[in-house]
Design a protein around this ligand. Structure first.
Ligand code: SF4
Ligand code: SF4
Length: 464
């Protein structure tokens, strides 16, 4: 048995102490007190130790969460894992301070198109947009995107971490985005639901990141078939409070690449998360994908947080206890959202110039609607397709331009009316008179078919 006198006294390595105070609470001899001096290397305030009354009980070692913060003075750690040599050595506190650096572009050689599924196209787009930090939890039908990233990122000096859950994923993204890194995740509907609290924090703290959500049938775990059941979540439900993010809705594997690249650009332009909403069919659908002629070499934004004293002013947080300050922050967010609404509406118009019936659809249902337009035009009916590429902000300005000649709006979607609700809200805010609105909807992982759309349009009263 070890006598009391043989037990080691505690020793503090101030550069590893974050001043959390757990050792203060553990010590019954009042040997440890709150520090008053900022440590010149870490910018934190380590505790102060006076061992006059120390009885060598060792409780403070156990209380300290830092591997090398408070340890036995004889250097004998009670746990082999506490040996810095086993953990890759001490953290490099003397690493150079990262300086802000603008993004740059790199020309790419011409090459043949890829033929890949939508999730792969999105992953390739992310890499070309400078993303080297991907976190996620596998969930069908989005997993292949993360799987590809897990294979390629180590070769690109990047990082892929399979987190323990979606909640962990979004919080890792909060940290990586706060450090100015281009980070993303691939997820699907139930996983996206779990991320909402973290997304709210990121919006509040103005942290950029990209969320690729390959939607599947709900509610609950639902099934793994394609759906558009998260439009409402992405457009109206990104956590509590004053939260919005640009929501992109690609319709082809090519657009999965293009929209993912665009998402990173917008996320950093506005310092805000961006959501890429695909559906399960699009995630798995293989198609020809042209590569851009340039890729992004990411820089370091001047607002990025780094683990040193000179960056303490960049620390970010989503809590603001002063009501007046929080209202001011909310008003600044409102101004940012207003800029997004003014600048970032995107839509694709197909045969809308003379259309009496305008189909409104996004994602894979837009492809089926396009087939219906072709079939109905061949039958002599003036039908067009209005395809929102941004579901938030809804491209109301472009829709308003086609309304004067339209006699019918028909919303085609794989949900109970979530896209139609977004459109109706945008029409209401724009205070415009719309023609009669009807819909073709399926749910539960079933997409509306081309036949259903054609039949619906042919049954409209007075269609031309
Ligand atoms: S060894 Fe015990 S008495 Fe000494 S400083 Fe730590 S907790 Fe306090
Ligand atoms: S518990 Fe460790 S990190 Fe926390 S104040 Fe004490 S010595 Fe520092």
């Amino acid at each position: 048995m070890t006598s009391i006198d043989e037990r080691p006294l505690p020793s503090l390595l101030p550069e590893y102490c974050k001043g959390c105070g757990r050792c203060l609470a553990a010590c019954t001899k009042d040997c440890i007190s709150v520090g008053t001096e900022i440590h010149p290397v870490t910018g934190l305030v380590p505790v102060v130790i006076d061992l006059t009354n120390c009885n060598r009980c060792g409780l403070c070692f156990d209380a300290c969460p830092e591997p090398f913060g408070l340890q036995p003075a004889d250097g004998q750690s009670s746990c082999a894992l506490m040996d810095p040599a086993l953990l890759g050595g001490k953290r490099p506190f003397d690493a150079p301070t990262p300086e802000p650096m603008p993004d740059s572009m790199l020309d790419l050689p011409a090459r043949a198109p890829l033929v890949v599924k939508g999730t792969y196209a999105s992953a390739v787009g992310a890499v070309l947009a400078g993303c080297r930090h991907v976190y996620g939890y596998p969930i069908t039908p989005s997993t292949e995107g993360a799987e590809l990233m897990a294979k390629v990122l180590p070769a690109l000096d990047g990082v892929f971490v399979q987190a323990v859950s979606e909640v962990a994923t979004v919080n890792i993204m909060y940290g990586a985005g706060g450090a100015g890194k281009r980070c993303m995740t691939f997820t699907s509907s139930p996983g996206f639901s779990l991320m909402l609290e973290g997304i709210s924090y990121m919006i509040g703290a103005e942290v950029p990141a990209v969320f690729v959500n390959i939607m599947r049938g709900g509610p609950g775990l639902g099934n793994i078939a394609p759906a558009q059941a998260d439009i409402k979540l992405a457009c109206r439900g990104l956590g509590h409070g004053n939260t919005h993010a640009i929501v992109l809705a690609p319709a082809t594997p090519q657009e999965m690449l293009d929209c993912t690249m665009l998402a990173f650009e917008l996320a950093f332009e506005y310092r805000n998360p961006v959501v890429v909403l695909g559906d399960g069919y699009l995630g798995q659908m293989t198609g020809k994908v042209l590569l851009p002629d340039r890729m992004v070499v990411p820089g370091i934004p001047e607002w990025a947080v780094a683990g040193d004293r000179s960056h303490r002013g960049n620390l970010i947080c989503s809590i603001e206890l002063s009501e007046a300050e929080l209202e001011r922050h909310d008003q600044e967010l409102d101004e940012k959202y207003a800029r997004m609404i003014a600048k970032e509406q995107r839509a694709d118009l197909h045969h809308c110039d003379d259309a009496d019936v305008v189909l409104v659809a996004c994602n894979t249902p837009a492809q089926l609607a396009k087939g219906a337009v072709r079939e109905l035009r061949a039958a002599g009916l003036r039908v067009g397709l209005f395809r929102p590429i941004t579901v938030w902000p809804f491209p109301i300005d472009a829709l308003c331009e086609v309304l004067p000649d339209a006699g019918h709006l028909v919303v085609v979607e794989a949900s109970e009316g979530q896209l139609e609700d977004e459109m109706r809200l945008a029409l209401s805010h724009a205070d415009v008179h719309a023609p009669p609105i009807s819909h073709v909807r399926r749910q539960g992982g079933i997409l509306p078919s081309q036949e259903e759309i054609v039949e619906h349009v042919q049954g409209l009263r007075g269609v031309r």
